[in-house]
Design a protein around this ligand. Structure first.
Ligand code: MG
Ligand code: MG
Ligand code: MG
Length: 306
């Protein structure tokens, strides 16, 4: 029986390339693993797949009756639907451990590093499996993306070491150039419907029984969305109407290294307290905020009393 490898909903580059890289690793070991994607590839991921000559993985949104390997998440809210009607056989991740549970022992590998690609590099090395150059290129791109070219507080020495080794395998000489190419692709916002922008890198979280959604747009400059703020807030309101306590959108300026945080909430004061800041209109500038995982979510959890 095939095992379907899949990353989180609203897939990012790591979720897609980790599914490919893990499936390739298991195939090299003689196992029947199939890389999947839960959603559509975002513009950055499309660019990365094109550049390294890979096809987009098979779509998978429902786990019913399937063996599943999760990469880049272990939260039910981000996993394929009906996960309990399937069987999770492996998790490879770099986030906090989520709420996925299993009836049987499984392969579970999570490391506190900047990217699933880095965890996979360690697993390839452990297994003594050679990484194909195109797969190495995609893993490298994922690490640059997740660590924001090493600027994110989530970045570790292990990520830098993985990049140094992967670039040789992939034959990529200029990783800054690759990052800028990816940033250009991902921050292209003109003409994109606001809900698509909000959904581009969006996750729902359970905060003490309250559903909180957090999206992130990484931009080369905040100007890029200056005339779209009302439209983005409209999309956030629509999203909030779907039973959410709060919807946040991180407009992250990767050059200035900070985030303009757009907020719509039942309790705006609670969100303000989470970030020790005050909303001006419906947003607040938070210097140094780059990472949803390491900065935004832990602060929200503290404020919500999780
Ligand atoms: Mg991810
Ligand atoms: Mg990741
Ligand atoms: Mg990310």
């Amino acid at each position: 029986m095939s095992v379907y490898v899949v990353g989180h909903k609203s897939p990012d580059t790591d979720s897609v390339t980790a599914a490919i890289a893990y499936a390739e690793l298991m195939k090299a070991k003689g196992e029947d693993y199939i890389a999947c994607i839960n959603g559509d590839p975002n513009p950055e991921t499309k660019m990365v797949l094109d550049k390294f000559g890979a096809a987009a993985p098979t779509k998978l949104s429902d786990a019913t009756g399937k063996k599943i390997a999760l990469v880049d998440h272990s939260d039910l809210a981000q996993a394929p639907d009906n996960l309990s009607a399937g069987e999770v056989v492996a998790v490879v991740d770099h986030h906090k451990i989520g709420d996925v549970t299993t009836n049987n022992p499984i392969f579970f590998c999570a490391m506190p590093v900047g990217c699933t690609g880095t965890v996979l590099k360690v697993l390839y090395d452990l297994e003594g499996v050679k990484i194909q150059p195109s797969v190495a290129g995609m893993m490298l791109a994922a690490i640059l993306s997740d660590t924001v070219n090493f600027k994110s507080p989530t970045c570790t020495d292990a990520d830098k070491k993985a990049v140094a080794e992967l670039k040789t395998i992939a034959g990529v000489t200029d990783t800054d150039g690759l990052f800028m190419e990816m940033l250009k692709a991902k921050s292209a916002v003109a003409g994109v419907p606001p809900m698509d922008l909000l959904d581009r890198d969006y996750k729902d979280f359970d905060m003490k029984g309250k559903k909180v959604g957090v999206g992130q747009l990484e931009l080369a400059a905040l100007d890029q969305v200056a005339d779209m703020r009302d439209a983005l807030m409209g999309a956030m309101k629509e999203k909030k109407a779907g039973g959410r306590h709060s919807v946040l959108l991180m407009l992250t300026d990767v050059v200035k290294e900070g985030t303009d945080l757009m907020v719509i909430s039942d309790e705006p004061a609670l969100i303000e307290s989470a970030f020790n800041s005050k909303l001006a209109g419906n947003s607040m500038w938070i210097p140094g905020m780059m990472s949803r995982k390491k900065q935004t979510i832990p602060n929200l959890q503290k404020a919500f009393g999780c």
